[in-house]
Design a protein around this ligand. Structure first.
Ligand code: BT5
Length: 323
């Protein structure tokens, strides 16, 4: 829920007295003071001058409802924000809250995830406040076979946002965004379905923003906006931009499939035109990646004709390292 005192402070350019705030919200001066102290603890810089009152000087880069809903222009995505200082995984939380009836388009953000997850039970490192760790909860009227393209919709949304910031970002099919051959973002889309019908989808996105260094085991394949540019970025602005782009493409997808974005997606996809090997649990397919189709599948030209891959790891043959 939005903090009404903060909203009031944001409205004023100058000082607002404790008395005005206590009258307006019908609370004691002590309660006003307590509320202001809490805001200061969260990182809001608020000047208090005796005889004048309080003045908001600066808002922190935190991903809470107060900071997101006022900066976002979407129809429904991100209108409800559940934000946490620390949580196991925003995807897990979104699934729990779906059961409790959280609204369509709710987002879940965390400063730290202590059990951040990748695909197939892998770990997603989510250290404190240096990245954007979030999930979008959706209730689309879709059959389960139409979930794969939603990861592509999320991927192109992040990629376009990073390009708009001046980065040479590319998509590694199906769920990574890369800069300079290193992973800057991963996407984990999960669904709950009942009898051939999706009840909810959770799109989890992790973006490394102001990370200064990575653990040894991923430092050769992971990067951040800071590492690529030497600059810090405001996470809340990037998050709002991703949500706005995602909503536009998501609505298009529900309306008319991937038609409008598939060419763009293919142009941004680093796998296309490369000799690749796609590994899934059942098989290994080698050949040239030719195109990602409207159903989200990667088409690979093999010695035995075109094969469609729906899921799995795809790496470029002959390249050492992650891509
Ligand atoms: C992914 O899995 O890339 C999906 C990551 C999704 C993370 C988001 S954060 C918000 C939401 N809540 C969650 O719990 N998850 C989602 P996968 O393709 O399986 O890649 C996982 C692999 O990426 C790991 O095995 C590491 O090698 C590498 N990795 C882990 N943390 C990383 C990081 N911060 N940056 C880059 N690479 C990382």
């Amino acid at each position: 829920m939005k903090n009404p005192i903060l909203m009031e402070l944001k409205k004023y350019n100058g000082y607002i007295s404790g008395e005005q705030l206590s009258d307006k919200f019908n609370i004691t001066r002590a309660a006003v003071w307590k509320n202001i102290s809490k805001l200061k603890n969260k990182g809001y810089i608020i000047e208090s001058v005796s005889g004048k009152g309080y003045k908001l000087i600066e808002c922190p880069d935190i991903l809470n409802e107060d900071e997101i809903t006022e900066n976002i222009s979407t129809k429904f995505i991100g209108h409800t924000v559940y934000s946490y200082d620390e949580i196991d995984s925003t995807n897990k939380e979104a699934k729990r809250m779906a059961v409790s009836g959280a609204p369509d388009g709710s987002i879940f953000t965390a400063e730290i995830q202590n059990q951040g997850r990748g695909r197939l039970g892998r770990q997603w490192l989510s250290p404190k406040s240096v990245g954007i760790w979030f999930s979008i909860l959706l209730y689309p009227d879709l059959t389960p076979d139409r979930i794969i393209p939603i990861t592509l919709v999320a991927g192109i949304s992040v990629c376009k946002t990073l390009i708009s910031l001046g980065f040479d970002a590319k998509i590694k099919w199906p769920n990574d965004i890369v800069i300079n051959g290193k992973k800057i973002c991963g996407i984990l889309t999960e669904m709950t379905a009942e009898a051939e019908h999706i009840s909810s989808i959770v799109v989890g996105i992790g973006i490394n923003v102001n990370t200064k260094s990575f653990d040894d085991d991923i430092k050769d394949k992971a990067t951040s906006l800071y590492i690529e540019s030497g600059k810090n970025f405001l996470r809340k602005e990037i998050l709002c931009s991703v949500l706005e782009t995602f909503e536009k493409y998501y609505i298009d997808y529900l309306d008319s499939g991937l038609n409008k974005i598939i060419d763009d997606y293919n142009n941004l996809c680093i796998n296309i035109g490369k000799e690749v090997v796609a590994c899934s649990v059942q098989e290994e397919i080698k050949g040239k990646a030719v195109r990602v189709k409207e159903n989200g599948a990667l088409c690979i030209a093999t010695d035995n004709g075109i094969k469609e891959v729906n899921f799995g790891e795809v790496s470029i043959r002959g390249m050492m390292g992650y891509i």
